[in-house]
Design a protein around this ligand. Structure first.
Ligand SMILES: *Cc1c(COP(=O)(O)O)cnc(C)c1O
Length: 219
């Protein structure tokens, strides 16, 4: 079933768009079903859960962190992931940069743009993002690979469309204004189970899909 879900998604996704299988709250046995169907890229949003799952999965799995990350949890996450998608504050960005320098690493990150009005307080403003981008070269412990965003949680497709259009415009503007970043600032992570086709129309290079692969989560 997980395998069928994955095959259906890959049949519809344009070939350039990476699929992050969001496996949070699902047991390793379910992740292994996806692995056995060929999936290698997984996303988790809780540090403890990630750190527990990593040693139980084959070593060729690539992990992305996609959740709110507190600075006292960096060591549970940064050794294991190839990308932190959810840098949602300047404080966190500074802490990851410091951890990278102290550990002789360059950590790939996406900056999370605060989209939508309601529920979440997490995310950077466009002003914050512009400021970070213009000083990116000073931060040797991180490499900013692009933007991530979550659209407003609504049935109203026009609202979702507007959110994705806004983050796509910011992404393109940064690439235009900073030709020196053109080879590294390449990723736009937008789209989840409910809205990924809209995200793909707005230039997603990565979609993060949980429910459409693994079914509903039991919290
Ligand atoms: C849980 C989660 C997803 C996946 O959500 P689904 O609706 O299950 O596809 C995507 N992105 C983030 C940041 C998440 O926390």
């Amino acid at each position: 079933m997980v395998g069928d879900n994955l095959r259906n998604l890959y049949a519809e996704l344009p070939s350039g768009v990476k699929l992050v299988a969001v496996s949070k709250f699902h047991p390793v046995s379910r992740l292994m079903e996806a692995y056995d169907a060929g999936q290698r890229l997984f996303g988790e949003n809780r540090p403890q859960e990630l750190a527990q799952k990593v040693p139980q999965m084959p070593s060729d799995v690539e992990w992305h962190f996609i959740g709110h990350l507190q600075t006292n949890k960096l060591k549970l996450v940064l050794p294991y992931v190839s990308l932190v998608q959810s840098v949602d504050s300047l404080h966190l960005l500074e802490a990851i940069d410091r951890w990278g320098r102290e550990n002789g690493r360059t950590i790939d990150v996406l900056l999370e743009l605060h989209l939508g009005a309601e529920e979440t307080k997490h995310g950077l403003s466009e002003t914050d993002i512009d400021a970070v981008i213009s000083r990116a070269a000073e931060k040797s412990g991180i490499r900013i690979r692009g933007l991530m965003g979550m659209a407003t949680n609504t049935e109203d497709e026009a609202v979702v469309e507007a959110d994705f259009a806004r983050i796509q415009a910011l992404f393109q503007r940064i690439r235009t204004e900073h030709p020196e970043l053109r080879d590294t600032f390449t990723e736009l992570s937008i789209g989840m189970s409910g809205d990924w086709p809209i995200a793909v129309r707005h230039g997603a290079t990565m979609v993060r899909i949980g429910t459409d692969i693994f079914g509903e989560r039991e919290y």
